[in-house]
Design a protein around this ligand. Structure first.
Ligand code: SF4
Ligand code: SF4
Length: 368
């Protein structure tokens, strides 16, 4: 069945792939787009207008690090002019109080700050930026002083999961009203560093218990969202709420994607917003329609009663693990490829934890 094409709720605008941090779990592609390819502020403004006309409500200004754009304030103003609720997803290491004030003046609505860990030594090691954690803490306080709502986002993995109680305490201390706990999704750089990042089942069970206890205890003070880790699951999530279902991603150079990891899928020509209206991309493009609905599904998804709940899981994960983007997501225990996950977990159990940092230009070898 092919569902009706509803408008996307959100637009994730990757303004740049430049970033002063070097997180080994970064979901950006291994071949990062260069500054010369980036859309201008005026081009983003047109995209935001088209997004609003299409029905988008929320705009996420992301990257890389969006503040690497000198014209971020102008881009935020374009978002405001289009009537979109704008959320800045930032590492927070390069925005001072004056720049934050300019962003507020431009109409920025919300800030989402990423942290790598609760303590500076671990956070700076994972982020690959000495002093980065301290700058984040200072930035979080600036955000609260500026009167903006603050969400803290922590990407969880084997090297920070044991400090989850301290991460929750830190989010409270920073005055966040929401904490997003997202286990690493193994795309891009994260897939490259999977063995160093996959948590053990014991770690995961302890973290699940921590979250279950914290939620009721912090009701009214801190909302905790968590994204479950795939590799320990028996059934997949509906990736992005379903292919081409709720979110459109636009890369720094204007490539429109149904998922931020989709650029690596072979056999696709993803349309570019420089030469295609957003409405046509969303509704009519072959790329956005390829995995909508259930008609494309192989068995066991085709005959499964969950096929309109999880939509067969993640296409990018299916491709990364099996080489076939149409395969049932191997996270599903019904997939003939499910054993691949156990093999990955066994490999991780013997890893020494070394990883390759994300770099703008790929290096032959560098470990953290
Ligand atoms: S995950 Fe880390 S390296 Fe990647 S964009 Fe975010 S802060 Fe930068
Ligand atoms: S077989 Fe397919 S539709 Fe059924 S639970 Fe597994 S991934 Fe989901």
């Amino acid at each position: 069945m092919t569902p009706a094409v509803n408008p996307p709720l959100g637009l994730l605008a990757e303004l740049t792939h430049r970033c002063p941090l070097r997180c080994p779990y970064c979901s950006n592609p291994l071949e990062l787009e260069q500054a010369a390819q980036e859309l201008s502020a005026a081009e983003w403004g047109r995209v935001f207008q088209e997004a609003a006309e299409l029905g988008v409500l929320q705009l996420h200004l992301s990257g890389g690090e969006p503040a690497a754009r000198r014209d971020l304030e102008a881009i935020a103003a374009q978002a405001s002019a289009a009537g979109l609720y704008s959320n800045l997803i930032t590492s927070g290491v390069s925005i001072d109080a004056r720049r934050l004030a300019a962003l507020v003046e431009a109409g920025l609505d919300h800030v989402q700050l990423s942290i790598q860990a609760a303590d500076a030594a671990t956070a700076d090691r994972i982020g690959g930026m000495p002093g980065g954690h301290g700058r984040k803490l200072a930035f979080a306080r600036m955000v609260r002083e500026a009167g903006l709502p603050l969400t803290v986002n922590a990407v969880l993995h084997r090297q920070n999961l044991d400090s989850l109680p301290a991460i929750i305490d830190l989010a409270l201390d920073l005055g966040a009203t929401r904490l997003e706990l997202a286990h690493v999704q193994y795309h891009g750089w994260a897939y490259q560093n999977r063995a160093a990042l996959l948590p053990s089942r014991a770690q995961l069970e302890a973290a699940t218990a921590t979250i279950a206890a914290a939620r009721p205890a912090l009701r009214g003070r801190l909302v905790i969202d968590d994204v479950a880790p795939d590799y320990h699951a028996q059934r997949p999530k509906a990736c992005m709420g379903g292919w081409g279902s709720t979110v459109m991603v636009v890369t720094p150079s204007g490539q429109a994607l149904p998922c931020h990891a989709a650029a690596g899928l072979p056999g696709f020509t993803f349309p570019n917003v420089r030469s295609n209206p957003l409405r046509a991309i969303w509704r009519d493009s072959e790329a956005f329609n390829r995995f909508r609905g259930t008609a494309w599904m192989p068995e066991p998804c085709r005959g499964c009663d969950r096929r309109e709940e999880d939509w067969g899981g993640c296409r990018c994960q299916a491709f990364a693990l099996t080489g076939d983007a149409t395969a049932t997501d191997p996270v599903c225990a019904l997939s003939p490829h499910h054993a691949l996950l156990n093999a990955a977990l066994e490999e991780a159990a013997t890893s020494d934890g070394s990883f390759q940092y994300r770099e703008m230009r790929r290096q032959p070898a560098s470990v953290g």
